[in-house]
Write a protein that binds this ligand. Structure first.
Ligand code: PLP
Length: 425
């Protein structure tokens, strides 16, 4: 098949706008008539700097990210290591910040310097908590990484959504009054949530509350407006809505980026038995070096900046992401309505109140293996590709990312309707 003859609904890596890839195929050979390809230029060259600056400015406009100066500002970082790298980076950093704040408080309350570590150890053992909202497979993984790094006694599972549903499966977000959050801000190193659970098709419909809020937005980034100001940090791997696999974007509050000199010395972290992360995942180091601490894949940043340019130019609303948000909603509504009107041929996995606009998880005939196989086969014969559910849950998953055109969603909707009719005969 050719690119034009198919529609791809893969969950990530995901489709990219064809126009961006066409331009990419040229610049990879020769960037800006320099005779050198974009993947060959130095990450410290003026060209690379301009690409990085453009990507940052595009993101600031799209998501209304407060400017970087001052405590109310946010830094934008480009990192290696994917979403999973940030599961660890989040813990390394938020725990360090927690230690820095505790040390400051102890010193200010008159505890002598040689007693600070001893006192700190006591406070740490009794009080440090990392709050995790477990609403799907990715937040579960993130919480497991936290437990691996700092010990499960410090990880507070605020909610395990599986316990609130028949069959012990993900698919709901229980009401906040059933959560067990750490109330005292000084004890809570972070509150973690995954805004859109890619495997389970569960999406938060509004920002949850919590101290030092960190969000994984890997699979719904740039698909709707968000309230950055409610967050300590937000991160997203690039390979769904932003670009090619290889970079991760993080948006970090300046309140969490004290000068490196104010962060706890590694010696203290070692004495406390707390983990010290790799330098390439260290947010303050990456921020201080304008994301160029080590070699950044500038080609990937270029792709991201082009994807963002397109979103900016196609949008006249405020916030600038509103046009994309309306399109995402339109496609999702169309698909869900075909699924809901199938007289039971399809069943959407998560509850209606938490359905994801990005990853639509479905069972055909209650999970009948032959029916699901037939559905996927029929889809492929029509050029509708990448619809198989995640290996851990099975079924069908329609990933409705930004670069999936409306006509692709329309074509899939027609197929959903046809297949359902066939099954009802
Ligand atoms: N978080 C979410 C929501 C994801 O969907 C994924 C991957 O699909 C990850 C994290 C992990 O990303 P990576 O494979 O880049 O480590």
């Amino acid at each position: 098949p050719t690119r034009e003859s198919i529609h791809y609904f893969g969950a990530g890596p995901a489709p990219l706008p064809t126009a961006v890839l066409e331009e990419a195929s040229k610049v990879i050979l020769n960037y800006n008539d320099s005779g050198v390809g974009i993947a060959e230029i130095s990450h410290r060259s003026p060209e690379a700097n301009a690409i990085l600056a453009n990507a940052k400015s595009g993101l600031r406009q799209l998501l209304d990210i407060p400017e970087s100066e001052g405590p109310d500002g946010y830094e934008i970082l480009f990192l290696h290591g994917g979403g999973s790298g940030e599961f660890s980076a989040t813990v390394y950093h938020m725990v360090s910040v927690w230690v820095a704040r505790q040390m400051k408080q102890l010193t200010e309350s008159g505890v002598e310097e040689d007693k600070v570590v001893e006192k700190l150890r006591e406070v740490l053992e009794k009080k440090m908590k990392l709050d995790y909202l477990v609403t799907g497979s990715w937040s579960l993984k993130a919480s497991q990484e936290a437990a691996r790094l700092v010990g499960s006694e410090h990880v507070n599972i605020v909610v395990d959504a599986r316990k609130h549903r028949n069959g012990n499966k993900f698919g709901v977000i229980p009401a906040e009054d059933s959560w067990s959050q750490t109330q005292d801000e000084t004890e809570c190193a972070l509150t973690y949530y995954c805004d859109n659970e890619t495997v389970d098709g569960v999406e938060f419909q509004s920002t949850p509350s919590g101290h030092n809020l960190v969000a994984d937005m890997s699979s719904n980034f740039l698909s709707r407006s968000i309230n950055v100001r409610k967050h300590a940090a937000i991160f997203s791997g690039a390979q769904k809505n932003i670009g090619t696999t290889g970079i991760t974007i993080a948006i970090i509050s300046n309140k969490l980026l004290p000068p490196l000199t104010e962060m706890p010395d590694p010696k203290i972290m070692r004495k406390l038995g707390l983990p010290i992360g790799p330098i390439v995942l260290d947010w303050p180091t990456i921020a201080k070096n304008n994301s160029l601490y080590n070699t950044l894949p500038i080609f990937d940043v270029w792709i991201a900046s082009k994807v963002m340019d397109r979103l900016l130019h196609s949008s006249s609303g405020s916030p600038r992401i509103s046009t994309q948000e309306a399109e995402s909603n339109k496609k999702a509504t169309m698909l869900y309505s075909a699924l809901d009107n199938s007289s039971g041929v399809y069943s959407v996995v998560p509850d209606k109140s938490v359905r994801s606009r990005m990853n639509i998880c479905v069972r055909v005939k209650g999970g009948d293996a032959d029916a699901e196989k037939a559905f996927l086969k029929g889809a492929e014969s029509r050029g509708l590709m990448g619809l198989k559910g995640h290996r851990s849950v099975g079924g069908v998953r329609i990933s409705n990312y930004n670069a999936v055109p409306v006509e692709a969603a329309e074509k899939l909707t027609r197929y959903l309707e046809e297949f359902a009719k066939e099954q009802q005969k």
